[in-house]
Design a protein around this ligand. Structure first.
Ligand SMILES: [Zn+2]
Length: 447
């Protein structure tokens, strides 16, 4: 007998945690943190016994997919964690950073001392297009998900009372065209599919137009003597931005314009990126093979220490500052915003979606002034958003990904807010197949 049970990312986009029981073997696919309005769910006990889980498959290193692993280990999980090598490298940095942030809370979910025991359980590495036999009855295969460095979708094949069955968990799926990442790979066959639905209702802006617009906005601002402030996510988005700025640097369009990378986490992650050429598109892979660093150029200055970060403002001329966090919730971006929002020559360039109630969203919607860290800041700078850089597939691309898979008994929709899930469900029914279901939290599904 085999069944699935949902413990997160059901009717919402965070807290990914999927439980699978095949015979006596218990497998988790991801164990992510709930974020934003769902944050309090992190403090609820696991609804299963962590000691009884045999394997945990980590699809990628975003915190909403791995952020509760230290908690799971603290509560007795001793099984094997299976991931790509790249996911493990990034997970080390992400989990240490997460613990440091959690430690500032009165009742932290976990602390720095809980990270090493969790990292010790990683070490079973599987790369895209390779398979691993978990037990004599269960085999798993990874394919590139095209989402972030190291991200995969996973197929689990097994025999259930003599009948051969297969399930795919999509993880987070990227777009077919990405700035640096290798494009998504498609599966051919499976009985059951659990697919993310983050943008099940949306169509993204064109990537090529977005890149042109990004470069145009930056060049106009620096030509007018202004400063460009880019709130950026440390993982993947920052490396994409560095790659695009390198192209401007090669064309000598950034001459004498310092580009500050002002995020210790982003600096560390960028170093890791160069070790995994297989996960990049052909252009970036070629650069790495030719010993060229795709994320480094003459004008780049990495400000690792707080002291060097504070010196950025001493440079009075035009410059570019990339700092976290991507939604302006903490990190070093706060004091750059306070300083540079007040001059009309400057540009605040948002390059990622700003969730409701975040500081970034408040700045986007503010008219004349905004409060940052208790200070009222007048807004004179230009504020601009670029939407085409998403690491997630949109509705067309999700349907395209599904369309490649034959022999499907049922499609299960997870990792999406209700309007996105409903729209994707309707479209799957209309264009692909009748059996499609929106998974609810704690729902048990027999396979
Ligand atoms: Zn993700």
């Amino acid at each position: 007998m085999a069944f699935y049970k949902s413990y997160g990312a059901a009717g919402e986009v965070t807290g990914s945690c999927h439980f699978l029981k095949i015979g006596d073997i218990k497998i988790l696919i991801d164990c992510g943190m709930f974020q934003g309005e769902e944050e309090e769910f992190n403090y609820e006990p696991f609804d299963f016994n962590p000691k009884e889980i045999d394997f945990l498959i980590a699809t990628h290193a975003h915190l909403d997919h791995i952020g509760r692993i230290p908690l799971l280990v603290k509560q007795g999980f001793k099984g094997k964690i299976i991931s790509t090598g790249a996911t493990f490298s990034i997970a080390q940095l992400m989990l240490k950073n997460s613990a440091a942030i959690l430690e500032t809370n009165k009742k932290p979910l976990y602390t720095t001392k809980d990270i090493d025991p969790a990292l010790h359980l990683f070490g079973t590495f599987l790369e895209p297009n390779k398979s691993l036999i978990l037990t004599k009855n269960i085999k798993i295969t990874f394919k590139n998900a095209g989402h972030i460095l190291g991200a995969v979708s996973v197929k689990i094949k097994f025999f259930d009372e003599g009948i051969k069955k297969s399930i795919i968990f999509s993880g987070d799926i990227g777009q077919s065209k990405r700035i640096i990442t290798a494009p998504v790979q498609y599966w051919k066959k499976a009985n059951y599919i659990f697919i993310e639905s983050t943008y099940g209702h949306s169509i993204h802006d064109n990537l090529t137009i977005s890149i042109k617009n990004f470069k145009k906005q930056i060049l106009e601002t620096i030509q007018n003597g202004g400063t460009v402030v880019i709130p950026s996510f440390a993982l993947e988005r920052t490396q994409e931005i560095l790659f695009l700025l390198k192209q401007l640097s090669i064309k000598e369009k950034l001459k004498d314009i310092p580009v500050y990378l002002d995020s210790p986490l982003a600096i560390n992650i960028t170093k890791t990126f160069q070790n995994y050429p297989k996960f990049f598109n052909t252009k970036v892979t070629k650069m790495i093979k030719n010993n060229e660093n795709p994320f480094e150029f003459d004008e780049l200055i990495q400000t690792y220490t707080k002291e060097s970060s504070e010196h950025i403002e001493n440079h009075k001329g035009p410059k570019i500052i990339i700092a976290g966090s991507g939604m302006c919730q903490g990190g070093r971006i706060g004091y750059h915003l306070i300083r540079y929002l007040q001059d009309k020559k400057n540009l605040i360039l948002f390059i990622g979606f700003q969730v409701h109630n975040t500081e970034g969203n408040k700045i986007l919607n503010a008219k004349k002034e905004v409060r940052i860290s208790g200070i009222t800041v007048p807004i004179h700078a230009t504020i601009h958003s670029i939407f085409g850089f998403s690491a997630h597939a949109d509705q067309h691309e999700l349907l395209e990904w599904l369309n490649h898979i034959k022999n499907v008994t049922c499609v299960y929709l997870v990792h999406g807010e209700i309007p996105q899930l409903k729209a994707l469900k309707e479209n799957v029914k209309l264009k692909l197949q009748n059996k499609v279901h929106i998974v609810k939290m704690h729902e048990q599904i027999h396979l």
